[in-house]
Design a binder for this molecule. Sequence first.
Ligand code: ADP
Length: 357
Amino acid sequence: MVTEEQLYQHLHTVIHPEIKQDLVGLNLIREVTIQDNAVRVVVAVPFLEIPIKDDLTRSIQEALVSLDAHLKVQVDFVEMGQQERAAFMAQTGGTPPTAQAVNKITHVIAVLSGKGGVGKSLVTALLAVALQRRGLRVGVLDADITGPSQPMMFGLHENPLMSPLGIQPVKTQTGIKVMSINLLLPNEDQAVVWRGPLISKAIKQFWNDVVWGDLDYLVVDLPPGTSDASLTVMQSIPLSGVVLVTSPQDLAGMVVRKAAGMAQQLGAPILGLIENMSYILCPKCGERIEVFGPSQGGAMAERLDVPLLGRIPLDPELALHCDGGRIEAYDAADFVPIADSIIERSPALQKTYKRRV
Ligand code: ADP
């Protein structure tokens, strides 16, 4: 039977992948316990968001299992305190990492509409909720600087905290990370009347300086239409794909075609089209009533040569959930297949997330 002391001493063989010294020598091992075959190792790290945690876990597990193949090794991490972190940085000659260095975002999906009021923000929020319900790690970047509505839909009112790495996004009830200009304003009813360059700066900051950490999906609520603001956002953030939102009242889809054209010009792949407010369900008989006339979604998608991801009904329940900050409590059954096809179609960002913009 191996003892805790033997396990601890054996951690001398695990080399920190960046500092190239062993973990015991670096004084990073806070705890080693063993009960039956279950081993727990607690490692101190300067920031919980550091990207090498998976590597460290694997190396520690391999090292200890080589002592005894029956061991089940769990590795937990604790964040160093401020002084300890400063001493560690000084000792190892490391520079404090930035948010950008620790963020690991696999897919960035932007939601775009030809004009305002078609439900783009709502689709953004529903998509984030559906992805989160799939067990994925999800963030929402509200890039609609002049009409930010994500905090309202998720019922968020608190200000984001600053950490040594950057701005911490605010977490929703189910753990979706949200960043929006509205969370930073002293008064959330205040209008943002910035011009293009300031808007562009804010968006870049939301991408570069927010500590998103590890995310499977970052869903971006773009400003409506093909204005400068949407163009700036699309150029500022490496997108893996764009989802177009339309409603049956769109002027024969002209504005949607413009939006699609902009995405194509910028080389962002269009994952598909969602027709919002497509119909209502009669509460008495369940019949689908197409209030705005027959759906144009299929024809529009065909014309743009993109898939129709789905149609969302106009639902008073949805409006209530959305306006009351309870979007995460909405059933959203219609949205499950839509989120599934977005997952299927979204190409991973590979290493582009590291690119500084
Ligand atoms: P956009 O982002 O395109 O400007 P929003 O997503 O903010 O539009 O939606 C505008 C308003 O319409 C919101 O108040 C929202 O609650 C409502 N709404 C949008 N889609 C639906 C829907 N399918 N059912 C009910 N209400 C909806």
